[in-house]
Design a protein around this ligand. Sequence first.
Ligand code: AHR
Length: 635
Amino acid sequence: NLEVDFSKSVTKIQPTMYGVFFEDINFAADGGLYAEMIKNRSFEFELPFMGWNEPNSDRHKLNEKSGIAKIIQYSQKGTNHNYCRITVNDANGYELLNEGFRGMGIKKDLHYNFSLKASKESGNISKIKIQFIDKNKKVLGETSIVPTSNNWTNYTAQLVATATEAKAQIKITFEGTGVIALDMISLFPEDTWKGRKNGLRSDLVQLLYDLKPGFLRFPGGCIVEGKTLAERYQWKKSVGNIEDREFLINRWNIEFAHKPTPDYFQSFGLGFFEYFQLSEDIGASPLPILSCGMACQFNTGELVPMDQLDPYVQDALDLIEFANGDVTTAWGKLRADMGHPKSFNLKFIGVGNEQWGPDYIERFKVFQKAIKAKYPNITIVSGTGPFPEGDYFDYGMKELKKLNTEIVDEHYYKSPEWFRKNATRYDNYDRKGPKIFAGEYAAQSVEIASPLNKNNWECAFSEAAFMTGMERNAEVVHLTSYAPLLAHVEGWQWTPDMIWFNNLESYGTPNYYVQKLFANNRGTDLINITKDGKAVTGQNDLFASAVKDTNSKEVILKIVNTSSASQNVAIDLKGGKLDSKGTALILKGEGLNDENSFESPKKISPKESEFKVKGSKVQYDFPAYSVTVLKIKMK
Ligand code: AHR
């Protein structure tokens, strides 16, 4: 028997309780959310022809007889270093191919916006033909551009795909002979999120939107820190004109991945303005995390000397101005010029990711002092150390408490059993200490970051059991997010991940649907749900938390049955009158190893049904291995 008392609010549930953690890992930004289809669009990768022409050919020699493509450096300074010079010798034409991000996904009848910058240098290249082709070189849509100017000029054209194809390429053919310079060759589908030109992939944003996330953390993760300080994420380089945003090698361009991704770079087409805009679009509070002057401690751990920390601190202050400052401020004006005169209403800022030890505390203090002096109402999120156990964590917590730190970011990548056993983790946390941001967590079916990890049902329901513990402790736990968020099936470095995609489709894992159930049923106030006067934390393999929603006037129970047998439970609800029927949302798999897939994307997804409420009593049969949300209207 379980007892629920909805007469009293134990504490408020924060609007930020369930959010999303975005990092450009697994092709999440370039090749994923950012809908650009051309890889290496301005020839700025370390190998400037990477992505261009056939991967196995000698790129410089392809169709050598008819012409040649050469990289020209404008300058090593500035942000745009290279362009491509095409010399066409043969009137039969010269071809340039781009392979996209593991191919290009094109959909029949959909329109695609093509653009490039060109400057005719000599001779007369009279036409540039742009075609989608499949692996047999069959044309699947085409358009053309007539270059006219000897100065750099933008040209645009639209293609319509004549077939759906996951592995298309773009072929660019030059007619006439002569020399022409090209840069910023770009291609976007027309069906981006909200129809924004050159925007984000709508199916992926839709999945995020459907979660109703309370916050969006960006841009990572380790990517914030960089392998070296020079390779850290610098938000100022990610705003302003797209073509002036300097390419940077991705932190996840790593050799030891299950498949190395030497072609993983950041174009910053999805930069800080776009992250803020995305947060607003999906109703999430923006939560940017910045470098604290320490490179990733899993890599070089390079440290900025204390007397050179100022520019890092200034970046944090300027970011707050960029997000919230009015148009009379320098950074607020840039935001307005980029199309958003209104403030982005930034409330949180994170200092460092997974950084630890005295080096972190020393730097954190400087940030804290400067940010609070100028922006006392901004809440600062700090890190504690690699993970939630061990000396680094204990040291960090102790020091951060002394500094009256507001929020501490804890990460846990652990086994499913760990998640079930740790549903009581926050029961004894100091109510007067820092609030908790469970910023990255995911059950690992094999072991941390093993390429063999699966997004299986056991992992998902074990996370749900743990989440009931976080919800029961909403007094200290203020923000939570699963990680990583997105993964391209042919471009990933890390498993498990919440949403998988290829170039055409995407699906939510069972872990996604657990997040969705909790976030969509967040409620406004925590209420007590007990068994024999105690919290339900695994007795008889049952885990439970309960909230009420004072807006929708509902009592909402979240019950996780981690037993291999169904359990029939009597629930007694005290606190007022209730409707005579309720709505159940039931999430369950067919076994511990069950998963969703492109073929069965919603195999494990919530199924809705009704149940009876007799006065204050509910009798409910919770299926084996299930996560159930029961909702009852208060009268
Ligand atoms: O989520 C993947 C990585 O795990 C993040 O970049 C990092 O913060 C953590 O170690």
